[in-house]
Design a protein around this ligand. Structure first.
Ligand code: FEO
Length: 393
């Protein structure tokens, strides 16, 4: 087959989606993405590992034109970017059986209207022989849905991981050669998709690394021939110890909140704290999510609109709450016209964040000397708290 060969009789198929710019009608994809499928040919049977997005079954079927028979299609995950072409592949191969986890089977029936007779549940640790190759199924729930699993190919020490360890990046490289680029794309992917499930992910890393894979083949982005690179990154991202970093998303309507942001960023910088500042009116929300992976503190900067926070700050607060980052501290700064309940409104939006709230700094109109002094005190409090953080593990 004229496709990247990642191990003996194992090929990387699938579609590189260079032009996609949004996932789930929500998540920015500045570098596109890919939907990887893999063909594994044993001496007796052939398996296809995952399919491609529901919008592109023909692209996968073209790649399978010379493949006469497929016995098994492994469905690691019911989300449509991998399962969406199962129906087309099942139609082409009437003898093929879908293999999936116990939670995945009803999801495939519900979401894709697949015939349950053609789906076989494989249990955690179960194996299926292809002759001289074996597929072993490893349940890895919550990377990032409850039904997700991985497949281990012991003869070649390949771990097929689906979304787990994946990256949203379109590249002509089959392998993760440009590590800096793949690291950033994988971190963005982790931040947007995986971060809410950090404890489950830690358990799943331990579960798969026991196999000591030589290759990790995800279903988004390039393949890792140095799996330690991505496993070490995941270990760091999922640890409980944050870095000496502040994320400062803000909105300013007439410049007053902006003056406060500028002052606080300078004051933090003077105290050795790294700050990531985002103007929410123009920012890529994925960039904001990436910085939330490691930060110890979030400070939200908002003017007051109709008594509460600006709607874009409302949105960012909701997002941070949903992503459940490892933040330890939070605060709010901003300016208001005549009255404000911004602090109370934001506090109600972030119940998932188990943070210590440091004294907010709100001022009426333009900030003045007492407000700048309060911002200096906030910077000092943040630097002091951060000095007591352990080293990230
Ligand atoms: Fe790539 Fe959760 O689908």
């Amino acid at each position: 087959m004229d496709y990247p060969h990642i191990a003996p009789n194992v090929w990387k198929l699938g579609v590189t989606d260079w032009d996609r710019r949004l996932f789930d009608s929500l998540i920015p994809l500045p570098d596109g993405t890919s939907y990887n499928a893999y063909l594994v040919r044993g001496s007796e049977k052939t398996a296809l590992v995952d399919t491609v997005d529901a919008a592109m079954p023909d692209r996968l079927l073209e790649q399978l034109a010379d493949v006469e028979s497929i016995d098994y299609i492994v469905a690691h995950h019911a989300e449509q970017d991998h399962s969406g072409s199962l129906g087309a592949v099942l139609a082409k191969y009437p003898g093929a059986t879908v293999l999936c986890s116990s939670k995945c089977k009803p999801m495939l029936i519900d979401h894709l209207a697949l015939d349950g007779e053609r789906i076989r549940v494989v249990q955690d640790g179960a194996t299926v022989s292809l002759g001289d190759k074996t597929l072993e199924f490893i349940y890895t729930p919550w990377v990032h849905w409850p039904e997700t699993m991985c497949t281990w190919l012991p003869q070649d020490r390949v771990l097929f991981s689906c979304d787990f360890f994946g990256s949203h990046v379109a590249t002509s490289d089959a392998w993760a050669n440009d590590k800096a680029r793949v690291y950033e794309a994988a971190k963005r992917y982790y931040a947007e998709i995986m971060m809410p499930f950090r404890p489950a992910i830690r358990g799943n890393i331990a579960k798969v690394e026991k196999r000591n894979p030589a290759i990790i083949a995800p279903s988004h982005g390039p393949v890792y021939r140095d799996p330690r690179f991505i496993m070490d990154a995941y270990r760091e991202w999922t640890s409980d110890t944050p870095k000496n970093e502040v994320v400062l998303p803000f909105i300013s309507m007439h410049g007053s909140t902006r003056k406060m942001v500028d002052h606080l960023v300078h004051a933090l910088s003077q105290r050795g704290v790294t700050v990531y500042q985002f103007d929410l009116s123009v920012t890529d929300i994925g960039k904001l999510a990436i910085t939330l992976v490691d930060a110890a503190t979030v400070v939200l900067g908002t003017p007051t609109v109709h008594v509460g926070p600006h709607p874009l700050v409302f949105y960012a607060s909701h997002l941070a709450n949903a992503l459940r980052p490892k933040l330890k501290y939070a605060s709010i700064i901003g300016s208001y016209g005549w009255a404000s309940k911004a602090v109370e409104h934001i506090a109600a939006l972030i119940p998932n964040l188990k943070v210590e709230v440091l004294a907010p700094v709100l001022c009426k109109g333009l900030p003045r000397e007492p407000d700048f002094a309060a911002l200096d005190a906030l910077a000092a409090a943040i630097a002091d708290r951060h000095s007591r953080l352990g080293s990230p593990s």
